[in-house]
Design a protein around this ligand. Structure first.
Ligand code: ATR
Length: 505
C-alpha cells in the first residue's frame, strides 16, 4: 500500500493534496506537526472531511504528530501532544496513529492506546534515525514487532550503501507486518522496493522538490515504477553511480519492462562502496545492473566473468546475473558502433572495414570507441591534447588491432593534422568539448571539413554540438551522441530481458 505524506500547513490544503493524488495512492499520513494551527476537533474530523470530497472512496488516514528530535516540527509540551493525539483518535475516524518507540513501556501513551483500541485505530510504533542506521536494525525491528497488535516502523536516513544494505537485511529478515523506510538519496531504493521487501506500506511525498532528497511523488511511483504491481516475486534491476538521482536510465528501462510485460523493476542506487553494493545485489538477487560513473572500472574485480569488450576497454557498463555470480559486458562498444555501421554500409561498399578514422580524445570514453573501430577493421589515428595519453591508449589497445592499424598524434599540431588528413573518412569526437554548459567548445577549430567525412560526436547534451553543426554545414553526414546513448541502453534492455526470460522459464 502506498501512503502519501500530507505536509501542507492547513487541513484544507492537505485534503486538496490528497484528492489530487487519489488515483495513485491507497492512503495518507497527516503530519499534524506541520499544521500552522491545530484545532483539536477539526483534527479529529479530518478523515471524514477528506472522504466527503472523494466520491465516497474510503481513504485510510495515519495521524502523526512528529517531534522535532524525530525530524518533525512539534516542539511544544509532550503532555499536550499526547492529549491532542488522544482527543483526535477518540473521534474514531483515523485508521492508524503513529506513536514513538520510546513511549512504549513508559506508560505515557496509555490513554492514546486505550482510545485507539476503542475506536479500532491501529498503532504504528516508530523509530527514527537521521544519523545512519543507529545500531542493530534487525534487533530493533524484532523488538518493535513483539508489541501485540502494533505495526513496527523504522525510518532511517542511510548515509552509505552499507547502511542501505542493513536496512534491506532488516526488512528481509523480519516476519509479519512492518514498515522499513529509507530517507535521502541512499534510501531511495527502499521506497520503491518496499513491496518487494515484504513491507506493509510505504510513503511518498507530493512535490517534485522533495524528490531531490530521496522523496518520490505518487504519480511517478505508480506510472514509472509501477508500485502497485510490485510484489515479492518482482525481479530487481538497478543503475549504480554517484551521483545517480538524475539518471535517465530508470525511465528508459522501466517503460521497456512494462511494455514487455515483465514483473521487474529498475531502481537508481547511489553507491559509495562497490563491495557493499555487491553484497546488496546478492541479498536482493538482483538480475541486472547498469554501471555508470565512477564505478565502471571498480566493478570488474567483483565479476566472475567478463567478455573481451570489458577487458579491452577496461570498463564495464552492464552486469548480468549468471547462476550464483555476475558477468560483465560493455554495451558502449556496440551502442557506439550500431549507428556508425549502419551509415557506413550505405556510404561505402564493404562498410567500415578498411576505412580510416580519427578519434579525438584519449579519455575513458575514447577507449570503447577505439576498440569498436579496430575490431571492425578500421585504421585508427588517436589525436589528443596530451600526447602521452594518446600513446598510452594506443599501446593498451594495440593487441586488439588484428586487422587494422592504430597510430597516435598530438591534437592541433602539424604532425597531428597530417595524420588527420590521412584518416578522414570518419572523425569521432570523444572529449568533453562542446558539452553543456560550455557549448562553444570545439576540439578542431582550425579544421575545414571537406564534406566527404562521416562525423560523429559522442556528446549528447546539446544534441548537436558546435563541432557537429560545422560539419553538417559543410555537407558532412553527422551522427549525434544521443544515438550512442540510446544504442547502449537498448542493447542493455535486450540483455536484461533475455536474463529475465532465462530465469523465469
Ligand atoms: P572521459 O572518461 O569522459 O573520456 P576523461 O578521461 O577526463 O573523460 O577524458 C577527457 C578527454 O577530453 C581527454 O582526452 C582530454 O584531453 P587530455 O587528455 O589532454 O586532458 C579531453 N579534453 C578535455 N578538455 C579539453 C580541452 N579543453 N581541449 C582538448 N581536449 C580536452
Amino acid at each position: 500500500m502506498l501512503f502519501q505524506s500530507l505536509t501542507a500547513s492547513t487541513l484544507s490544503a492537505n485534503a486538496q493534496l490528497a484528492r489530487e493524488n487519489l488515483p495513485w495512492i491507497d492512503g495518507v499520513e497527516l503530519r499534524a506537526d506541520l499544521l500552522s494551527a491545530v484545532p483539536p476537533d477539526a483534527l479529529g474530523r479530518f478523515p471524514q472531511f477528506l472522504e466527503s470530497g472523494t466520491h465516497q472512496r474510503s481513504v485510510p488516514v495515519i495521524l502523526t504528530i512528529r517531534r522535532r528530535r524525530d525530524g518533525g516540527k512539534y516542539d511544544d509540551d509532550e503532555g499536550k501532544r499526547l492529549r491532542l493525539l488522544q482527543h483526535a483518535v477518540e473521534a474514531g475516524n483515523f485508521s492508524f496513529v503513529d506513536l514513538e518507540e520510546d513511549l512504549s513501556g513508559s506508560g505515557s501513551d496509555e490513554e492514546v492506546r486505550r482510545a485507539a483500541y476503542k475506536s479500532g485505530t491501529r498503532v504504528i510504533r516508530s523509530f527514527h534515525s537521521f544519523d545512519g542506521t543507529g545500531g542493530d536494525l534487525s534487533e530493533r525491528l524484532a523488538r518493535l514487532s513483539a508489541l501485540p497488535g502494533e505495526i513496527p516502523r523504522i525510518a532511517v536516513e542511510p548515509r552509505s550503501t552499507s547502511d542501505l544494505l542493513q536496512l534491506v537485511r532488516a526488512s528481509l529478515q523480519a516476519r509479519g507486518e512492518r514498515i522499513v523506510a529509507g530517507m535521502g538519496d541512499y534510501g531511495f531504493p527502499l521506497r520503491i522496493l518496499s513491496p518487494v521487501l515484504g513491507n506493509t506500506l510505504a510513503f511518498c511525498s507530493h512535490s517534485s522538490a522533495e524528490s531531490a532528497e530521496g522523496g518520490v511523488d505518487p504519480r511517478t511511483m505508480q506510472e514509472l515504477y509501477r508500485y502497485s504491481t510490485l510484489n515479492q516475486s518482482t525481479a530487481i534491476y538497478a543503475v549504480i553511480g554517484n551521483p545517480i538521482m538524475h539518471s535517465r536510465s530508470p525511465a528508459f528501462h522501466n517503460s521497456r519492462f512494462a511494455a514487455a510485460g515483465m514483473n521487474a523493476v529498475y531502481v537508481p542506487i547511489k553507491v559509495d562502496s562497490v563491495s557493499s553494493f555487491f553484497e546488496l545485489a546478492g541479498e536482493l538477487g538482483m538480475r541486472g545492473v547498469s554501471v555508470t560513473i565512477p564505478h565502471k572500472e571498480a566493478v570488474i574485480p567483483f565479476l566472475k566473468e567478463v567478455d573481451e569488450s570489458v577487458t579491452a576497454v577496461g570498463a564495464c557498463n552492464t552486469i548480468i546475473r549468471d547462476g550464483e555470480g555476475y558477468r560483465g559486458t560493455n554495451t558502449d562498444v556496440d551502442g557506439f558502433l550500431t549507428p556508425l555501421a549502419h551509415r557506413a554500409s550505405k556510404k561505402w561498399e564493404g562498410g567500415l572495414a578498411g576505412r580510416a578514422a580519427t578519434v579525438i580524445g584519449a579519455g575513458g570514453a575514447s577507449r570503447a570507441v577505439i576498440y569498436a573501430l579496430i575490431r571492425e577493421g578500421v585504421n585508427v589515428c588517436v589525436l589528443n591534447r596530451t600526447e602521452s595519453r594518446a600513446r598510452a591508449v594506443t599501446e593498451d589497445l594495440s593487441p586488439y588491432a588484428r586487422n587494422a592499424s592504430l597510430t597516435w598524434g598530438k591534437l592541433g599540431h602539424p604532425e597531428g593534422n597530417n595524420l588527420l588528413s590521412r584518416h578522414s573518412d570518419i572523425i569521432i569526437q570523444t572529449t568533453s568539448l562542446g558539452m553543456h554548459p560550455d557549448t562553444d567548445g570545439d576540439p578542431l577549430p582550425e579544421y575545414r571539413f571537406h564534406g566527404h567525412e562521416l562525423v560523429y560526436d559522442i556528446v549528447y547534451n546539446p544534441p548537436v554540438t558546435r563541432f557537429l553543426s560545422r560539419a553538417a554545414e559543410c555537407g558532412c553526414e553527422v551522427i549525434q551522441g544521443g544515438e550512442m546513448f540510446e544504442g547502449q541502453a537498448l542493447l542493455q534492455a535486450h540483455l536484461f530481458q533475455n536474463a529475465y526470460r532465462m530465469r523465469s522459464s
